[in-house]
Design a protein around this ligand. Structure first.
Ligand code: DX5
Ligand code: ZN
Length: 215
């Protein structure tokens, strides 16, 4: 089963509520919430108040992507505000294991993300503790970047590892995903597809439907 996960980073914030309602109504099951701190990545996006507002009005699975150094500082609050899944970067703190334990103990799905430069081997110690592996297909920090083609081999490698030993774990990709490269990514083994620009630029409902049709 594959899941479309539109990223609100590409939404028009003047119309955020309306745009989230539109992706939900068009049938997307997940919503991706990119939290950036200006330290782990150069840019700053948004955080708790947006998560809280979306949670109050939306039944979508809220997939929080923490592009934040020392994410352990925020886990309890993110969960209190309604995150359904929290993904932390393997590069972002030196207490990955205990942070994943904390997320799980609070009843929320866990994810571990790797940047394009980080080898797949970096996630291996945590596979028992995660519900999802996120392979970044751009350098994190900005929407609208071009997909880094070298990442396709990492997606295939993670898929092999999951199929061999961790069949329940999902494989998410994030960055530069379009209708043009969707099929290649699904064939490589991705099953949670994050996409920002390709959903929110243009006709949102038509974009969601077209992605869903091809998944
Ligand atoms: C990048 C973010 C992505 C971003 C994807 O740092 O993690 O989730 O919103 O946007 P597009 O699909 O426009 O590359
Ligand atoms: Zn993201």
């Amino acid at each position: 089963m594959n899941y479309l996960c539109p990223s609100i980073l590409a939404a028009d914030f003047w119309e955020l509520g309306e745009q989230v309602a539109r992706v939900e109504k068009a049938g997307a099951p997940y919503l991706h919430i990119d939290v950036m701190d200006g330290m782990f990545v150069p840019s700053i996006s948004f955080g708790m108040p947006i998560l809280a507002s979306v949670r109050r009005r939306s039944g979508l699975f809220l997939d929080v992507h923490m592009m934040v150094s020392k994410p352990e500082r925020y886990i309890a609050e993110l969960i209190r505000l309604g995150a359904d899944g929290i993904t932390i970067h393997v590069e972002a703190c030196d207490c990955i294991s205990s942070t994943l334990d904390q997320i799980r103990a609070l009843g929320v799905k866990t994810g571990i993300a790797i940047n394009p430069e980080t080898p797949v081997s970096a996630v291996l110690p945590y596979m028992e503790k995660v519900d999802m592996v996120l392979v970044m297909t751009v350098r994190p920090g900005f929407g609208g970047q071009e997909y880094i083609i070298d990442c396709i081999d990492k997606i295939k490698e993670v898929r092999r590892i999951i199929n061999q030993n961790y069949p329940g774990v999902k494989l998410e990709i994030d960055g530069g995903v379009t209708l043009g490269n969707l099929e290649m990514n699904l064939a490589a083994g991705a099953d949670v597809i994050v996409t920002g620009s390709a959903i929110f630029k243009g006709d949102i409902e038509a974009n969601v439907r077209e992605f869903l049709k091809r998944m």
